[in-house]
Design a protein around this ligand. Sequence first.
Ligand code: MEV
Length: 431
Amino acid sequence: MANKRKLMEGFHRATRDERLARLKEFCSLTDADVKVLSGETPLPAEIAEHLIENVVGYFPIPLGVATNFQIDGQDLLIPMAVEETSIIAAASATAKWVRTEGSIRTYSKGRLIIGQVQLPSVRNVAAARKILHEQRDLLIGLANACVPGLVNRGGGVRDIAVREIPRAEGDGTMLVLHVLCDPCDAMGANLINQVCEALKPRVEELTHERVGLCILSNLTDGKLAGAEVIVRNIDPVLGKGIVEATLFAKADPYRAATHNKGVMNGIDPILIATGNDWRATEAGIHAYVCRTGKYQPVTDWVMDGSDLVGRIEVPLAVGTVGGVTRVHPTALVALKMMGIEKAEDLARICAAVGLVQNLGALRALSTVGIVKGHMQLHAANLAIAAGAEIHEIPRVRERLNEVLRTEKQINLTRAKEILEAIRVAERSRAF
Ligand code: MEV
């Protein structure tokens, strides 16, 4: 444990080679794993060709590591693939604060994903409901016969429920069959879609009604992951500020959207790094936080005596087998970095990092604001966008940070002016 802490210390100040060496030791990686992470062994073109269509190349996103996380008592380095400056710095700094002053605990709830078989316009609702109810066991048996591999692994379809949904005013009723399936460690989209399509003819035969769409639902509210963060004896003003920020998000969807974006800053990069479908997760989480009819923040922060307590509970249907996860070499190493075998472990880590990321944003927003920290780190991007050569970046960045300290803002125009001034000075020195 102590050695692991040491490996995390000053990680951001280490060179890239040193970081990779520490990562190798911390996560017991092989030389081949390290080459995959560093990009020295790129994703083979033949694999890329099979992942998507009309491949012409790659769109590289930096892969970073968030440090200082101790989740359920375990020290972890978190792989995050993301293009936005300061997310990883904020996650690491906030995780350090929580590790020193409190704790992170996680859990998962439920294992079932949902497939929908829609009967769009049912003529005899009562009769269709009755027959589907009576034939529930037959349909479950048929469904499981489509996924023998999953059943062998201990998963499979567990239940079938019928929902009744009014169409537009006066336009009748649709029925929707919910096929509830335990996908084990897969995300399960392909499995459940196949099951739903396979059920279609039998459902039509049984009900004498037409089946419309057969597709999974991304609102996987039967498979949730949650986390709780406690910061003990927090400065009461800071604690109050964070609670107030949460109240703002509860009251105003305009704020809730940004609050939740900050949470997803922690979750999406892990999903990308592990080859998971982050669009599905985004859609599911945003739908879930609307379940009361009003768009709400994903997290809640309250004071409990002198402690700040934060909670998150969200649908996180992620996979550690199937899909891209076991095909993409970087995704495999990213899972190995966190010692993850089971999908629910990945989901719990995502929930925890999302909550910590949110805490970092709210801490900054309710005190100094995010501009200073973000723009300090963003200065290098501005230097590059202004046209700085690699060797010019540190000087432009340094000058931009001086300007930020005095003028409180920097932008691309300023970066271009600074670059030009540096080049003029260089030229005059050369004469
Ligand atoms: C920026 O990527 C995320 C924040 O806007 C989140 C928030 O406002 O809570 C800082």
